[in-house]
Design a protein around this ligand. Structure first.
Ligand code: ARG
Length: 441
């Protein structure tokens, strides 16, 4: 029996039933849906809309449903349109008449909006925890490799010396911003839509403050029509997620590059790599590649929801049922990706010797040679030109700048003195100016 069967003269077409149902995906919302119903029932009793006795029966029934689902005694299935219909029908089956009163002064429209906000908040929090753990792991790996110098790149061309620890710490900053974004999303969604009804409130004297408090929201939403039709928080969450995945994907890309034969800067732990069915020697960085790949899926979810929402008139429209699955799927992918990155970062082996070797080619101290000349009074632009000429000379001679003799260097500028060699030595130069931060932070 449908919740809404009264005004219909025909059975719902089977295909329509399947097409219309969101029950399977709604499994993700079962906890939130029951929590929302509990808060609603308690409020109805408080406002004397339900009797104490009816309230007790309903609450007991809802607790039983929750337990039975958790223990596996009850499975969320059947010809129910969605989780809200399933819970109400199961409750009525369990406790009889009182179950039919639970839906007094609420609609599935304010119910689903409430469930989704509770769900988004829970997932944002879980993602924050996973990111904090990832940042702890990055910090540990960074601290252990604080002194290991390596080439820093721009345009993927060797640029200037950095430390491996410092390079990793760049990602810590990104994930810190991601955490702030998630916190902001949680704050923004912190208003309860419950009690908005279908779109226009209710004639019953309910207390929305009570349900808001019980469910952990700061206050009720201001406008009923906005309350039931707002999905901004899903878009915000997916936008936060997209940014997280973009950061994870950039780090993945670096791990993939660094673990290649060409770089050989790191080794990814065997536990997070796979082999080839034909090439016996292969060890492929699959976990990192999958993170990079899943990033596309999460962006897709964001674009799907933005597009679904863009033409909808107020208030609720069934189109909005379609924004749930992209969020559920993105939630799973993001959490797994953060956890996988955490494990890879914790276990990766760093080849400091190879990183140090890489510094020898590529004139990574050219900028500091120019800095040296500036210190001797040469204007920077002139110094830049002088060092450019030195680099050209070195390239032809197959030497690095520090391999030139003082006499050779003096041919380019008479400001060159013996102390140049000490100045441009790679570990020494990290101790000057604000570069010191790279060793300490
Ligand atoms: N299942 C719907 C959803 O997920 C909620 C139900 C609203 N249905 C309705 N006929 N107003 O969005």
């Amino acid at each position: 029996m449908k919740l809404w069967g009264g005004r219909f003269t025909k059975e719902e077409d089977k295909l329509m039933e399947v097409f219309n149902s969101s029950l399977e995906e709604d499994l993700a919302l079962v906890e939130e849906d029951i929590a929302g119903s509990i808060a609603h029932a308690e409020m109805l009793v408080h406002c004397k809309i339900l009797s104490q006795k009816e309230g007790e029966k309903i609450l007991q029934g809802l607790h039983n449903i929750k337990q039975d689902i958790e223990s596996g005694k009850l499975t969320v299935e059947g010809e129910h349109e969605d989780i809200h219909s399933f819970v109400e029908a199961t409750l009525t089956e369990m406790i009889g008449e009182a179950g039919k009163k639970l839906h007094t002064s609420r609609s599935r429209n304010d119910q689903v909006a409430t469930d989704l906000k509770l769900y988004a908040k829970k997932q944002a929090l879980e993602t924050i925890r996973a990111l904090q753990s990832l940042n702890d792991s990055l910090e540990k790996t960074a601290a252990a490799n604080r002194q290991i110098i390596m080439p820093g790149y721009t345009h993927l061309q060797r640029a200037q010396v950095v430390t491996f620890g410092y390079h990793l710490r760049a990602y810590i900053e990104m994930f810190k911003r991601d955490i702030k974004r998630l916190e902001h999303t949680m704050e923004n969604l912190n208003e309860s839509p419950l009690g908005s009804g279908a779109l226009a409130g209710t004639t019953h004297t309910i207390d929305r403050q009570i349900t808001a408090e019980k469910l952990g929201f700061r206050k009720p939403t201001v406008n009923f029509m906005d309350g039931v039709s707002d999905r901004d928080f899903i878009i915000e969450l997916l936008s936060d997620f997209s940014m997280i995945m973009m950061h994870l994907s950039r780090l993945s890309e670096e791990l993939i590059l660094w673990s290649s034969q060409e770089f050989s800067f790191i080794k990814i732990d065997d536990a997070y790599a796979t082999g080839s069915s034909i090439m016996p020697q292969k060890k492929n960085p699959d976990a990192a590649e999958l993170i990079r790949g899943k990033t596309g899926k999460v962006y897709g979810a964001l674009v799907a929801v933005l597009t679904t929402m863009k033409g909808l008139p107020l208030a609720y429209n069934k189109d909005m049922q379609e924004v749930k699955l992209p969020m559920f799927q993105a939630v799973d992918e993001v959490l797994l990706s953060v956890q996988m990155m955490d494990k890879m970062v914790t276990t990766l082996q760093v080849n400091g010797e190879q990183m140090k070797q890489a510094i020898k080619a590529g004139f990574l101290n050219a900028t500091e040679v120019a800095d040296y000349l500036v210190q001797k009074g040469v204007p920077f632009r002139d110094a830049h030109g002088i060092v450019g000429a030195i680099v050209l000379y070195c390239e032809e001679a197959g030497k690095s700048i520090e391999q030139l003799t003082l006499e050779e260097l003096q041919k380019f500028s008479d400001s060159m003195e013996e102390d140049i060699f000490d100045y441009v030595e790679y570990t020494n130069l990290l101790k000057r100016g604000n570069k010191q931060e790279m060793l300490s932070k």
